[in-house]
Each structure stands twice: as C-alpha cells, then as structure tokens.
Design a binder for this molecule. Structure first.
Ligand SMILES: C[S@@+](CC[C@H](N)C(=O)[O-])C[C@H]1O[C@@H](n2cnc3c(N)ncnc32)[C@H](O)[C@@H]1O
Length: 235
C-alpha cells in the first residue's frame, strides 16, 4: 500500500456529489458522453481493442471502460471515488456488459499487477491529482513492454484557460464551476517529459476541439486546449 495517497479529497468529492447522474447524457457529464465515441474509435483504431487486457485509470462511472468492453476488451477500471464505482457496477447490470471495477489507487494497482495490461487508458484525470507524474509512472508499470498507454488532459496556456474554464464553466455552462484549476493543467511537453522518464515513448499527439456553434467535438491538430497522447512502453 502507498503511505501517502496521491489524491485530492476535494477533487474526489466534486465527482462523488454528481455520481448518480454519471450516465445521464444531458447532465454535467454530457461532455464525457459527447467525446466518448471519438476517443473510443481512436483507441480502437490504434490498438484493436478486441481481446486486449485494458486498464482504465480514473474510470469514474465507466463511460469509456464499458464502451471498451463492448468492443471486446477485457476491462478493469480503477478509481478512488466509491460512488462513481457503484454507479459503474450498477450500469453493468443494465447493459449486460462485463468489467471489473476496483477502488484502488493507480500506485497500489501498479504494485499489485505490474505489466499485466496490453493497454492502459487514463483520460481526463491527470488534471485532478496532486502528483500527475506518479500516475504516469504507475501507468508505465502497469502496461506490458510494447503495450500502449493513452492519456488525455487539458493544456495550460491563456487559450485553454479561456476556453476550458471561462467558456465551458461560465459562459456555456457545459461543466460545473470549479471543475478545472489552471495550475493543475498540464502542457503536452510536461506530460511527454514525465512519460519519457518512466520508459514511455510519445507516439502520437492529437488535439480535441469543441465548436460552440455546432456543439460538435472533433479530433485534429489543435492541441491548445484538450489533447490526447498515445505512448508506447519501451520493450
Ligand atoms: C473527469 S472524471 C473522468 C472519468 C473518466 N476517466 C472519463 O474520462 O470518462 C475524473 C475522474 O478521476 C477520478 N479521480 C480523481 N482523482 C483520482 C485519484 N487520485 N485516483 C483515482 N481516480 C481519481 C475521479 O473520481 C473521477 O472519476
């Protein structure tokens, strides 16, 4: 067990309070529902999910985890939010899908199951933890040599603050106020550096943009606000 838990209780509380609405596509989790098909198709096209052992770190209510199970992956999801995990487990009853959901930190899971996954996903989570580099290290430990780790998070610059905080939380009200804090946002160069330090090579960097007029998300080259990074673990 880790002696010092790499988690911010206030961050966990934010998601816990809303957990019962996790699967409501019109709730505070609408952005996660809207982006899920995009990230799922991208991940699937990169690794071919069917038959893969996949870990979703910070899985919350299981939107991505369950969708990867639908694609034929054998999925484990971990999170430190008990309520979100209960919601994720309940949703399996409704959908008839199979996934394993555990209340465990990434660091403890890495000690328990090193190298046991073909694919690790860690989406929209690093910007909510005190020590993201420690999560990146745990992901590197959990994936097998040659396996793939996917991260997504929020860039840190004036544009991302304007779009992700002012725009999304105050103007468009896509997210509750206080969802994101500027200091916790992570530049792609910082994530790539943390990844390299633990044997993960950056293989692809993609941007994700939201068009407020069409209300449509798309993947592309603009990494200024939201971005996704694919990393491959050294053999
Ligand atoms: C924005 S949600 C993203 C959920 C999911 N990854 C997705 O993209 O659909 C952030 C999640 O990170 C979890 N989280 C925050 N801090 C964490 C920590 N230190 N360890 C594990 N999970 C954490 C929260 O409980 C919440 O479920």
């Amino acid at each position: 067990m880790t002696t010092h838990l790499n988690a911010d209780p206030l961050e966990l509380e934010k998601f816990s309070e809303l957990a019962h609405r996790w699967w409501d596509p019109e709730s505070e989790f609408k952005p996660l529902h809207d982006i899920n098909p995009l990230r799922l198709d991208w991940i699937d096209s990169c690794v071919g999910l069917a038959g893969k052992r996949v870990l979703d770190v910070g899985c919350g209510g299981g939107i991505l985890a369950e969708s990867m199970a639908v694609r034929g992956a054998s999925v484990t999801g971990i999170d430190l939010g008990e309520k979100a995990l209960s919601v994720a487990r309940l949703h399996l009853l409704e959908s008839g899908q199979k996934a394993e959901y555990l209340l465990q930190s990434a660091e403890d899971h890495a000690a328990a199951r090193p190298g046991q996954y073909d694919v690790v996903t860690c989406m929209e989570m690093l910007e909510h933890v005190p020590d993201p580099a420690s999560i990146v290290r745990a992901c590197a430990t959990l994936v097998r040599p040659g396996g793939t780790v996917f991260f997504s998070t929020l860039n840190r610059n004036p544009k991302s603050w304007l779009f992700a905080v002012v725009g999304a939380e105050y103007v468009l009200r896509l997210l509750p106020r206080g969802t994101h804090e500027y200091e916790k946002m992570i530049k792609p160069s910082e994530l790539a550096r943390d990844a390299r330090a633990v044997g993960l090579r950056e293989a692809e960097l993609l941007g994700m943009s939201y068009n407020p007029f069409t209300k449509v998300y798309s993947l592309g080259r603009d990494t200024a606000v939201n971005y996704l990074m694919r990393c491959v673990r050294d053999e």
